[in-house]
Design a binder for this molecule. Structure first.
Ligand SMILES: NC(=O)c1ccc[n+]([C@@H]2O[C@H](COP(=O)([O-])OP(=O)(O)OC[C@H]3O[C@@H](n4cnc5c(N)ncnc54)[C@H](OP(=O)(O)O)[C@@H]3O)[C@@H](O)[C@H]2O)c1
Length: 307
């Protein structure tokens, strides 16, 4: 584990779902610089109010000059999902190369990847050497996603060697918490009566990971970094299906839930977390507790009153 006390930590993609709560938590111990385009200016006000210094960058054209060159640690949580092949590959793949070249003096670099890099194979449990493929290509609106993430991983490995930056690639499963996530989208769908798509090869199982566990694991992930690149699956210790978490939230909130089995949605992606547990440890937020807290933060009116 690295000690982040007093260190200069750059969180790239700071306005995103995952990075915003992470940056706020890290700012309790480190000096955090948040980088993004700030396409929505209100994000900057919110983060600055939390004591985070905000710098504007644009990974699509390699404009990263506002990031301090003397930063200790770089955490890249930015991802471009315009659905335009050229723009997304330039932003994600070219962008990370610009970033790593600019930050070549960093003590360690963390690249947030995704379990969406794995080939869709039903209920196969993937270790980090598992087969890669266009997992999310089944979703037309995210057609560039898996390919971008795979190509970005290769670029990160190249740059880690080229610039001799100790690096970790962490393949995130399903992040969720007060700041949202896929389960939060499902909750909104249940509220407006929309059926929840699930894969016909039931159940649709992933490893949801709470935002508090994500923040807690950063020092361990940075401590595991190596110039040859350390690649780890990154998810909650308990596999949970979409069917399970939606049914749980439905029971909690008194909402009906209808599932719509289809081949036109992503398949299960279950992962072997042995390597993560060995080098970083296990997650600690039980999934039901974490999802209850998410509902309480986003829709308190849905929970039964305790008074
Ligand atoms: N959310 C999930 O369910 C999930 C699951 C597995 C893995 N992941 C991974 O987790 C990481 C964070 O995902 P997320 O869902 O939090 O992403 P997100 O909410 O879509 O946020 C993406 C971030 O990237 C920034 N960005 C996009 N294009 C940029 C550009 N050209 N230059 C600079 N910044 C740019 C955005 O900020 P601006 O628009 O302000 O620039 C934003 O801060 C990603 O690596 C993602 O692949 C997410």
């Amino acid at each position: 584990m690295v000690d982040l006390h007093g260190k200069k930590v750059v969180v790239v993609g700071v306005t995103g779902q995952v990075a915003t709560p992470l940056a706020i938590t890290l700012s309790e111990t480190a000096s955090v610089i948040g980088a993004a385009r700030f396409s929505s200016p209100s994000h900057r006000d919110h983060l600055e109010a939390e004591g985070i210094e905000c710098v504007t960058i644009d990974l699509e054209n390699g404009d990263v000059g506002n990031i301090p060159r003397d930063a200790d640690y770089i955490l890249n949580f930015a991802v471009a999902k315009t659905n335009d092949w050229t723009r997304d590959l330039d932003s994600n793949v070219g962008g990370v190369l610009s970033l790593m070249e600019h930050c070549e003096n960093a003590s360690a670099f963390l690249q947030c990847s995704s379990t969406a890099v794995y080939k869709a194979m039903g209920h196969h449990v993937f270790d980090e050497d598992g087969p890669l493929g266009d997992n999310h290509g089944v979703w037309e609106f995210l057609r560039t996603y898996s390919t971008s993430k795979i190509a970005t991983e290769a670029a990160v490995r190249w740059a880690a060697r080229r610039f001799e930056i100790p690096t970790t690639i962490a393949r995130l499963s399903v992040p969720y918490g007060k700041n949202g996530g896929w389960p939060a989208i499902h909750l909104e769908m249940m509220l407006n009566g929309s059926p929840i798509p699930v894969h016909v090869d039931a159940p649709s199982t992933y490893h949801p990971i709470h935002e508090d566990d994500i923040a807690r694991m950063i020092p361990g992930l940075l401590g595991a970094a190596s110039i040859s690149t350390t690649t780890l699956n990154w998810g909650g210790a308990t596999p949970v299906s979409v069917e399970e978490w939606c049914s749980y939230m439905g029971d909690l909130c008194g909402l009906g839930v209808e599932f719509a089995p289809t081949e036109h949605t992503i398949d299960s992606v279950m992962v072997d977390l042995s390597r993560l547990h060995e080098v970083v440890g296990e997650t600690s937020v039980p999934w039901r507790e974490g999802m209850r807290e998410m509902v309480a933060a986003r829709h308190p009116e849905l929970l039964p009153s305790t008074s």
